[in-house]
Design a protein around this ligand. Sequence first.
Ligand code: GTP
Ligand code: MG
Length: 370
Amino acid sequence: PETILVQELANRMAERVADVVKSLMKMGVMATMNQSIDADTAELVIEEFGHKVVRVSDADVEQVIDMIEDAPESLRSRPPIITIMGHVDHGKTSLLDAIRKTSVVSGEAGGITQHIGAYQVTTDTGAVLSFLDTPGHAAFTSMRARGANVTDIVVLVVSAEDAVMPQTIEAINHAKAAKVPMIVAINKIDRPDANPQKVRTDLLQHEVVVEAMSGDVQDVEVSALTGQGLDQLLEAIALQAEILELKANPDRSAMGAVIEAKLDVGRGPVATVLVQNGTLRKGDIFVVGEQWGKVRALINDKGERVDEAGPSVPVEVLGLNGTPEAGDVLNVVDTEAQAREIADYRLQASKDKRAAAGAATTLEQLMAKA
Ligand code: GTP
Ligand code: MG
């Protein structure tokens, strides 16, 4: 059965651990802060404290607890997080580059040097958009599998020359599985043999009905080369974001997802984290997957040191004790002791899981031999 440490449950709810222990006692469950309880009991406790539980799946109680809802009045709008997907060579990178060049922020910065795999763009109309540099379809899926559903909108890039190709279909399936709305960018419209209508009819076969075909998926003809249609694409994204009414609570302790992580020779373990809720600050103590740390420095997408990062803001985080994995969830906690405890607990849990998996294989092998 899936379990959670009492201490961690308290952290996730931002309640005192003593109160959680007391509440458990009332239910007849005797557990200390270092003991774990099952998902159903955890759910009862969460409700007891007046938090709402959204059960994603029975499988992962930690995921369930990450979904504790903020009070409606604490929520503020946040920028959308956009992932660009599509078939190889259809122009994903070119489109991203073109967007950054037309955007106010990168224009002001004077360069388009990309420091981290995610960045923010401010459009001419003042909308702030967070882009994830195309993580590849496999990475998208594995992040989802690890519980980090970070994307709000998928921009599907389809070349007007080639129309729908195998990886286009893959991307459609990923977006559908993640229930993320799509915007179709029909790229390379500048090419003499461009046939945007073929893209639209091809998409019909995959149950993507674009607006030009009387459907509800926005489609925009663009050229990363000439810049044609880029403003319309950004408008389409901003419109879709408005419909989604994306909100977060900037006043709670931060929760985020690791986009990528590496061991840097000079700086030690570095993780690019997309803050999903709350505000991450210098000095915050956190646990991230099986690692923990204390924020030594935060570096934004322009390579500048910042003191804090709010919802939908991507930042590089320094001060980790080890290198986490892409898709790991970061949670700020109160003390180093807590952080260490949770990280150790997770490490042990995953060791146990691996051992169990190993045992199962051995058993299977034995059966096969018998
Ligand atoms: P992968 O990352 O390899 O999957 O490719 P990608 O989808 O990022 O495509 P990329 O941006 O690298 O573009 C592939 C080729 O198409 C490059 O030679 C680009 O210059 C060209 N290209 C991209 N967009 C356009 C466009 O709008 N018009 C024209 N004419 N060429 C384009
Ligand atoms: Mg590329």
